[in-house]
Design a protein around this ligand. Structure first.
Ligand code: SAH
Length: 363
């Protein structure tokens, strides 16, 4: 089999890897041998995969690659949060953030170079959009972080316990590549994460929400940010295409078959914009019909923004109204602020940006 360019095996889920080795005339179980070498052991040299046989190793070396994004820089925050700028083969750069906590270690990964959605309060939006990441580039971020941290700790023990698609980009506008990446994260021979420990965050691409459930019913976070369409149209322009009522209906479908499940709604607290007591009551009313948890994110400023963070008092008051209405609501502690690694601060290096005003052309 001769491909026009070498296949990066990091982006093939188990089914695809089985098909790939079958096309080479190999038995499917070879995929089950190769897969853990790649993802669990972090081995990229086929010759070092001792159980696959010399002949197969040689053939793979000739036609496949395992390419990891290269580290361009590393930034360590005093709270332990780490941000890596990773360079891709085409010169673009994306950002990946590691957030250690007492009971879990979360990796926040990017799904696109830049973003086309143009949310008013997000730094990534200012970068414009260049392209989708491939599944290999998405998994490559996890591979890079996991194996770098293990090497640093001089321990073979697994480091990353949770992965969130909350970095640059809109994952549900790249489900074609995000889908296989999720399969690899969940695979027992891959990263072995449970579906509750993988979270996809979306600004609300309604048709793709149903498709995500079919790929794998991972945890869902929805960037809401406003309790009514008029304000949300301004903050998250995608709302003009998929307004709140449709979005919440899709959320209800997403969790319908699972009694213990909730959708996390993210709400960036913007002073004087969406943080009044009336808006808190409207939000509580809105979310009455969805199994919900609300994450209040104190707005993280970035150069050039005119938004300001709500005061702590305003955030507490807002949260208390939600709690009194019976909702689950927490304030997300800001992490990595000092290294521009916090929510909405990821910028990367986006070449040849396009700015798409209408992000989706066909539906
Ligand atoms: N496109 C996806 C993934 C990005 S997740 C989405 O919209 O969900 C990043 C989260 O941080 C989103 O909830 C986003 O709305 C939020 N966010 C963006 N800019 C922010 C900022 N400046 N301060 C705080 N949160 C922000």
């Amino acid at each position: 089999m001769t491909a026009a360019y070498p296949v990066n095996l990091l982006g093939l889920d188990r089914v695809a890897l089985e098909a790939y080795v079958a096309a080479m005339g190999e038995r499917a179980f070879r995929a089950q041998q190769i897969f853990p070498w790649l993802h669990q052991r972090g081995v990229t040299d086929f010759a070092a995969m001792t159980n696959i046989g010399k002949a197969l190793a040689a053939r793979l070396s000739g036609e496949a690659v395992v390419t990891i994004p290269e580290m361009a820089s590393e930034h360590l925050s005093e709270d332990g949060t780490r941000k890596w700028v990773l360079r891709l083969a085409d010169g673009n750069a994306i950002e990946t953030v590691f957030i250690p906590e007492a009971l879990r270690n979360t990796l926040c990964i990017s799904s696109q170079v830049g973003c086309a959605l143009d949310c008013a309060f997000c730094a990534t939006a200012q970068q414009g959009f260049n392209r989708n990441l491939t599944a290999a580039e998405i998994v490559g971020q996890v591979w890079f972080a996991e194996h770098r941290l293990r090497a640093e700790r001089e321990s073979p023990e697994r480091v990353i316990s949770n992965v969130v698609f909350m970095g640059m980009g809109e994952p549900l506008l790249n489900l074609k590549e995000v889908g296989p990446a999720i399969h690899i994260l969940l695979d027992d021979l891959g990263y072995g994460l449970s579906r509750r420990r993988v979270t996809v965050s979306t600004a609300g691409v309604v048709p793709a929400l149903d498709r995500l459930h079919e790929v794998a019913p991972v945890s869902l976070a929805v960037s809401l940010h406003a309790p009514d369409d008029a304000l949300r149209d301004e903050l998250v322009p995608l709302n003009k295409k998929y307004p709140i009522a449709e979005l919440l209906a899709a959320c209800r479908r997403y969790v319908a078959r699972d009694a213990r499940r909730r959708v996390t709604f993210e709400y960036a607290m913007l002073a004087g914009v969406n943080d009044s007591t009336a808006q808190a009551r409207a939000l509580a009313q809105l979310l009455r019909t969805v199994p919900a948890k609300v994450n209040l994110i104190p707005f993280n400023p970035f150069p050039g923004t005119s938004f300001e963070r709500s005061s702590d008092a305003a955030i507490d008051r807002f949260r208390d109204i939600l709690l009194a209405a019976g909702l689950v609501a927490v304030t997300r502690r800001t992490r990595g602020d000092s290294i521009r690694a916090a929510c909405g601060q990821l910028a990367g290096v986006v070449k040849e940006r396009t700015r798409r005003v209408v992000p989706i052309h066909a539906s």
